[in-house]
Design a protein around this ligand. Structure first.
Ligand code: IMP
Ligand code: MG
Length: 173
């Protein structure tokens, strides 16, 4: 497997993102909202570098795609605490088409969030079909299917400590 981003590089970058979050949220309590399941590892590392009071919320989103349609996003917010009037930092593992992030921002606005900032660990270059600009981005990556550090292929590989690229012929488990 090809290592695209090493464990060390991820650690350094997460520290730098946390520095910016610490500067930007110094004056107000906030809720870190992780998009399940891919953001879990990133969330766990990021929050341990945050120096200000915050709560954690989780929201589940999955998209069902086929080759011809963009896919429907199914959102489950049953685990999310009441976010009315709260400042949010919404985290995802990767920005691909942009649909997940754009839809969830809308969803959380409807639920009454006071403000929403967005943060993605990875952003695939040239893939966004929906105009969405994350406030914080870890790495810009080429248009390849990546796994590890929370990202999966058929729900496997999330535990890898680095970001890797699977060979094209990897069988679906
Ligand atoms: P979007 O809605 O198209 O931006 O897709 C975002 C979601 O697709 C992410 O939360 C991931 O779950 C998934 N995804 C997109 N690209 C990859 C990838 O290269 N590896 C693993 N998951 C991916
Ligand atoms: Mg995901």
């Amino acid at each position: 497997m090809e290592v695209l981003i090493s464990e060390d590089r991820i650690r350094e970058r997460v520290e730098a993102l946390a520095d910016r979050v610490n500067a930007d949220f110094a004056d107000r309590p906030f809720v870190v909202v992780g998009i399940l399941t891919g953001s879990l590892v990133f969330l766990a590392d990021l929050i341990r570098r945050i120096q200000h009071p915050h709560q954690i919320g989780l929201i589940h989103a999955s998209s069902y795609r086929n080759s011809t349609t963009p896919g429907t996003l199914v959102v489950n917010d049953g685990l999310l605490p009441d976010i009315k009037g709260k400042h949010l930092l919404l985290l995802d593992d990767i920005l691909d088409s942009g649909q997940t992030l754009a839809r969830l921002v809308e969803h959380l606005q409807h639920k009454g969030a006071a403000s929403i900032r967005t943060c993605v660990l990875l952003r695939k270059i040239g893939r966004q079909t929906i105009a969405v600009e994350p406030d914080y981005t870890g790495f810009e990556i080429p248009d390849k299917f990546v796994i590890g550090y929370g990202l999966d292929f058929a729900d496997d590989y999330r535990h890898l400590p680095f970001i890797g690229v699977l060979p094209d012929n990897t069988p679906h488990p």
